[in-house]
Write a protein that binds this ligand. Structure first.
Ligand code: SF4
Ligand code: SF4
Length: 435
């Protein structure tokens, strides 16, 4: 194992709260009586519905096809009958078309035949990943076949596996690494075949040293060319740019991508989906979701079909332990989305469903302490950007680098005036683009 490292500029240390859900093995959600499967679960253009109301579907069958290069196919998580094709609101507030499925009472046993991926060419493996609708499961939901298609003239020297999971409460990647260690490593070997990198490094934070140790042991026993790089706990280390700085020492310039500095980053949970896609030809129809927070009776990690509702998962975790739930969040508390409707469906990118106690603190006025500037990992001036946006000066905010803001929330976390900085930056980007 290598010396512990981290990124240098900015960052914060929120209480990780992972002890609530990290201890027990992943449990499988019984098939709900209804699945609402959105056709936009990825970055890029929504998929186009290829099934209609009244059609029957088999588990894993395509119900939506990618409508452009940056898009992804969507598959049915169950066998059943389509009861509707309608519009649904997602936890992030966006609306999209969704296929509503009534699952059959008995679901088929599938995906138990192994395919020999080692005899497949890199382009055939890429095609399989595309066909199985695999997208980044760490939050960004970028279609993986696009990310792995290295442009002419560029080379992935580094393949970095993102096992950081730095958002508080979330432990789905941790459980996946602990319970699917060999499968994850085989997934990494599939990526190795596609990209032929010079270095493969798993970046993992120091609050998961048991998983790091386990990975080391399995890597050694298989003789895989993979290094495990432990990282100091620091948020937002799971962001691609901070992770690459911590692992490779290289910095992704403003407006550029990891491949511009010779790197491809892939989240640990996504690597498992790549494994299932290439070894069993299984599409991305389910994922591990951390259901946690102080207002949840039995926080746990749940293997859920895509399209199950937040209410289904919360009920499986025992429901609430209080009448006063102050906030529901999809994802982590730093970058996730607050939502109100418990019928919101789980998507390929849903890493967590959190029910929290403790309302937001009232916003005061900026006291010019400069803490937000000191903690911004992108080297921005959040205070000045926010002031400009508040006063409608969107161009000035853009000139200060607003588009480089990752919306990581470090500035809002550290701000003693509790200013809604990230909401301001989201608005500023929207208004700036309009203008
Ligand atoms: S939300 Fe944006 S401005 Fe605030 S710390 Fe993160 S990158 Fe910097
Ligand atoms: S941390 Fe808050 S109060 Fe301090 S300078 Fe930044 S915006 Fe102002």
């Amino acid at each position: 194992m290598l010396r512990i490292s981290t990124f240098r500029r900015g960052g914060v240390h929120p209480d990780d709260k992972k002890e609530l859900s990290r201890g027990s093995a992943v449990e499988t959600l019984p098939m709900p009586s209804k699945l609402v499967v959105p056709l936009s679960q990825h970055l890029g253009a929504p998929a186009k519905a290829v099934k209609a109301k009244g059609d029957t579907v088999v588990k894993g069958e395509k119900i939506g096809v990618a409508s452009s290069f940056v898009s992804a196919d969507v598959h049915s998580p169950c066998s059943g009958t389509i009861s509707d094709v309608t519009t649904v609101r997602l936890a992030n507030g966006a609306s999209c078309e969704a296929v509503v499925i009534t699952p059959d009472a008995v679901q088929p046993e599938m995906y138990n035949v192994r395919y020999d991926w080692k005899n497949e060419s890199p382009s055939a493996l890429l095609e399989t990943i595309k066909d199985m609708g695999i997208v980044g499961m760490g939050g960004a939901t970028f279609p993986v076949h696009v990310k792995l298609a290295v442009p002419e003239g560029k080379k992935a020297e580094y393949l970095v596996i993102n096992a950081v999971e730095c958002e508080p409460y979330l432990t789905s990647d941790y459980r996946s690494l602990m319970e699917r260690t060999d499968e994850t490593l085989e997934g990494i070997m599939i990526l190795d075949r596609i990209l032929s990198p010079e270095h493969i490094v798993i970046g993992i934070e120091a609050n998961k040293m048991d998983a790091a140790q386990l990975l080391e042991e399995h890597i050694k026993s298989h003789g895989y060319p993979v290094e495990v790089q432990p990282l100091k706990m620091k948020y937002p280390q799971g962001d691609e740019k901070q992770l690459l700085k911590a692992v490779t020492g290289r910095e992704v310039p403003s407006g550029k991508l990891p491949i511009d500095i010779g790197a491809v980053v892939c989240n640990a949970g996504t690597v498992y989906a790549v494994y299932e896609a290439c070894v069993f030809h299984k599409p991305l129809i389910e994922r591990i979701v951390t259901v946690s927070g102080e207002a949840v009776k039995n926080p746990k990690n749940i293997l859920s079909p895509v399209g199950a509702s937040a209410a289904d998962l919360l009920a499986f975790a025992g429901g609430y332990n209080t009448d006063n739930v102050d906030k529901l969040i999809s994802g982590g508390p730093m970058m996730g989305f607050a939502f109100a409707d418990e019928q919101c469906p789980v998507t390929k990118g849903t890493s967590g469903i959190l029910a929290l106690k403790g309302a937001d603190l009232e916003a005061g006025v900026c006291v010019s302490c400069g803490k937000c500037v000191a903690h911004c990992p992108m080297g921005l001036m959040p205070n000045r950007m926010f002031r400009n946006i508040k006063n409608g000066r969107y161009k000035e905010a853009l000139d200060l680098g607003l588009l480089d803001c990752k919306e990581c929330g470090c500035c809002a976390f550290i701000c003693p005036a509790h200013l809604p900085l990230v909401q301001g930056f989201k608005l500023g980007k929207k208004m700036g683009r309009k203008k």
